[in-house]
Design a protein around this ligand. Structure first.
Ligand code: FAD
Length: 455
């Protein structure tokens, strides 16, 4: 018997994969016995906010991720298709029809039983898919098992921009006093610096402090402490606050002028290949169009392409790179897998996709096979790689984006064409990977492979 904890998007997807492979599954869902602050019904896979799974075009990161999930037989996408409402190229759904579809499909499956109770303990042969609003008792259990710092209760996400969109005739590589280095990197490899004159800084602070903010649910009001204060809140404390905080220029010299700028926005390398750059200290609750408008005032970021937007939310998530295996299980019991938003992925589609892989892996492990993850040329494999290899000191939830995926062997200038080619390669790779997934041990390669062997 396999236990799925949480009947949300990830839990439903994991249960479906397991049940279709002949395993007996029990889904433990605490609603309606115990409610969360965001769910309104007792249905499985309730969408707590927007009603869209985003783009269906494979030249879009979310579109590609969905196309890959279809290769693997996604229940969530089948039910979304059946509940689709017109929204151009986006997969938007009637939320009630959607979650009713998922609930009915799960209820009708002979191998799945749904039990309405709150789980508070971790047991072997389970998928923990309790989401961003994991109940307090289970969160305490997980935290005790993982140790301090293993489970966060809030995210404070700074935006990430693509390297190719940064104007490197303005942004210069340097570390403060040449001291801050990333492990395995030279000092210059870790940071890019966007210098600001006094006039640019003042105009920027003005725009930042007057920009429109997102106001979420009451429960989502985060008790700000210094480490996760929104940049716009810090800026409102005084016009010089950021210049003595994340925008401090000390120890940095602009090679174009030979002088220390008035202020500096630092970009920190987010991935090994330097495709993704984090705007340091810019966790924010500004609305997305306002993030685009205000951050593009930063010299060097005028044409910034955002791979991830900033946000601050209530969100229970594991520090996966520090605490979990590459297939997102506990290190001391590989049959306790995590899936969904609690793993540090962000979004409906990403959460569902990790549930799918957790189901496949628990099935494989029950059959004596090693767990596997798709190759990093796929969006899903690249997301898994990020979640397990990101810097644990700065780990924040991540959405699907092209900065995660391996580059093509030859550079392509046309961005749309490049993404289409990455998508074509990804879908071929995912189809190959899915063949014989249940029958054969994984081949001994780095990823797309036996993660136990790769560790
Ligand atoms: C307020 C809010 C708004 C969001 N809006 C969006 C959005 O618009 N678009 C988007 O893409 N993403 C959004 N997200 C992020 C995220 O993608 C969704 O929360 C998504 O539902 C995550 O899927 P999941 O399966 O991981 O968790 P969930 O769908 O939340 O499922 C987890 C389930 O576990 C149950 N549970 C929790 N603890 C226990 C326990 N101890 N025992 C048994 N059951 C338990 C819960 O009741 C819930 O049904 C939002 C998140 C929040 C909190």
């Amino acid at each position: 018997m396999i236990r799925i904890v949480g009947g949300g998007l990830a839990g439903s997807e994991a249960a479906w994969q397991l049940a279709n492979r002949g395993h007996r599954v029990v889904i433990h869902e605490m609603r309606p016995i115990k409610k969360t602050p965001a769910h309104n019904t007792d249905r499985l896979a309730e969408l707590v906010c927007s009603n869209t799974f985003k783009s269906t075009e494979t030249s879009n990161a979310h579109g590609l991720l969905k196309a890959e999930m279809r290769v693997l037989g996604s229940l969530i996408l089948e039910c979304a298709d059946a509940a689709r409402v017109p929204a151009g190229s986006a997969l938007a759904v009637d939320r009630d029809v959607f979650s009713s579809n998922v609930t009915a499909r799960i209820a009708a499956h002979p191998n799945i039983e749904v039990v309405r109770d709150e789980v508070t303990a971790l047991e072997s042969n389970s998928v923990i898919a309790t989401g961003p609003l994991t109940s307090d008792s289970l969160a305490t259990t997980i935290r005790e098992r993982l140790g301090v710092g293993g489970l966060a209760f809030y995210d404070a996400i700074a935006p990430i921009v693509s390297r190719e969109s940064i104007d490197e005739s303005i942004a210069f590589p340097a570390a403060r006093y040449d001291k801050e280095t990333m492990e395995g990197e030279g000092a210059e490899g870790a940071y890019l610096n966007c210098p600001m004159s006094r006039e640019e800084y003042e105009a920027f602070i003005d725009a930042l402090t007057t920009a429109d903010q997102f106001h979420g649910h009451e429960f989502d009001e985060v008790p700000y402490f210094e480490g996760c204060m929104p940049v716009e809140v810090a800026a409102k404390r005084g016009s010089e606050t950021l210049r003595f905080g994340p925008l401090k220029p000390v120890g940095l010299r602009d090679p174009r002028t030979g002088r220390q700028p008035h202020a500096v926005v630092q970009l920190r390398r987010e991935d090994r290949h330097g495709r993704m750059w984090n705007v340091v200290g810019f966790q924010t609750r500004l609305r997305i169009p306002e993030q685009q408008r205000v951050l593009r005032m930063i010299p060097g970021l005028e044409n910034a392409e955002f791979l991830r937007y900033g946000s601050i939310h209530r969100n229970s998530y594991v520090n996966s790179p520090a605490a979990l295996t590459p297939h997102l299980s506990l290190r001391d019991d590989e049959s306790i897998l995590f899936a969904g938003q609690i793993t540090g992925v962000e979004g409906y589609t990403e959460s569902s996709a990790t549930g799918l892989i957790a189901g496949i892996n628990l099935s494989r492990m029950a059959g004596g096979l090693a767990p596997v993850i798709p190759p990093p040329t796929t969006m899903l494999g690249a997301l898994y790689r990020y979640i397990s290899e990101a810097d644990p000191a700065h780990f924040q939830p991540m959405n699907a984006n092209f900065g995660l995926v391996d580059d093509l062997p030859n550079p392509i200038r046309d961005k749309k064409r490049k993404r289409e080619m990455i998508a074509e390669r990804a879908l071929i790779a995912m189809k190959e990977w899915s063949v014989g997934l249940d029958a054969h041990p994984a081949p001994p390669v780095e990823q797309g492979v036996s993660v136990s062997a790769a560790r």
